[in-house]
Design a protein around this ligand. Structure first.
Ligand code: NAP
Length: 244
């Protein structure tokens, strides 16, 4: 049996690219999807083309029972989880003055509580096997803040604190916990921005372009590999130099 990677929110965007990249590197893939659609079928097909196993589990990361159920199903299927990538995330941008309580709570529930829910259910298995990699997808705005994103920035800053604390708790069991903080990456999440806004953002980035999902997936691949065996509790920015 090969190594197994579990990626949440993996049918499109960054999660999809991470799943495909890890599959290309020989990982069997457990992918979480929330909505059953064409994206799921396409991603599954692309992973299976790499001659690895792909097991899709439906569930909502913000719901603890759903998270528990997904992890149990993956363990039944593969017997282990070597790498967990907490990627599922949402935005509900609005200036605080106009932000509804529900929009603050739902972003925290998916991005931060979702990371807790999945990790809490995966960690006993990693503790038992005395190895594991947990890679949490944060964001540069979790470090820098961003007007209109108090909810999102708080959730992503929370993920950084969670990552550093957990790294200290489980290091002695050879479980490495790191975060990746992408800058502006071309996905459906950023598609909502007008072209003029995207161009303006790109001008502010030292590398003068938005990132690709592959730029992020390459760093996750490194953190999932033996090449990063002495790195834990870190936040790696993948942002073209935005935060320096
Ligand atoms: P995306 O294209 O919007 O994809 C998000 C994925 O998360 C979708 O597959 C979505 O599933 C899933 N998801 C959302 N809520 C979920 C829930 N409650 N349970 C399970 N799955 C859920 O976003 P993306 O740009 O690839 O972002 C991926 C991660 O990178 C997020 O954590 C995001 O915050 C972070 N990030 C993105 C950027 C960027 O510029 N794009 C920058 C920094 C950080 P559905 O299809 O069912 O909605």
């Amino acid at each position: 049996m090969g190594n197994v990677a579990f990626i949440t929110g993996a049918t499109r965007g960054i999660g999809r690219q991470i799943a495909i990249t890890l599959a290309k590197n020989g990982f069997d893939i457990a992918l979480n999807y929330r909505t059953e659609n064409e994206d799921l079928l396409n991603t599954k097909k692309e992973i299976e083309n790499e001659n690895v196993k792909c097991f899709a589990v439906q569930g909502d990361v913000s719901n603890f029972e759903s998270a528990e159920n997904m992890v149990n199903k993956i363990i039944e299927e593969f017997g282990k989880i070597d790498v967990l990538v907490n990627n599922a995330g949402i935005t509900k941008d609005m200036l605080l003055m106009r932000m509804k309580k529900e929009d603050f709570e739902s972003v925290i529930d998916v991005n931060l509580v979702g990371t807790f829910n999945i990790t809490k259910n995966v960690i006993p298995f990693m503790m038992k096997q005395r190895s594991g990699r947990i890679i949490n997808i944060s964001s540069v705005v979790g470090v820098s803040g961003n007007a209109g994103q108090t909810n999102y920035s708080a959730s992503k800053a929370g993920i950084i604190g969670f990552t550093k604390s957990l790294a200290k708790e489980v290091g002695s069991r050879n479980i490495l916990v790191n975060a990746v903080a992408p800058g502006f990456i071309e996905t459906q999440m950023t598609d909502v921005l007008k072209d003029e806004v995207k161009e303006e953002i790109a001008k502010q980035i030292p590398l003068k372009r938005m990132g690709t999902t592959q730029d992020v997936a390459n760093v996750v691949k490194f953190l999932a590999s033996e090449d990063s065996s002495y790195i834990t509790g870190q936040v790696i920015n993948v942002d073209g130099g935005m935060l320096t």
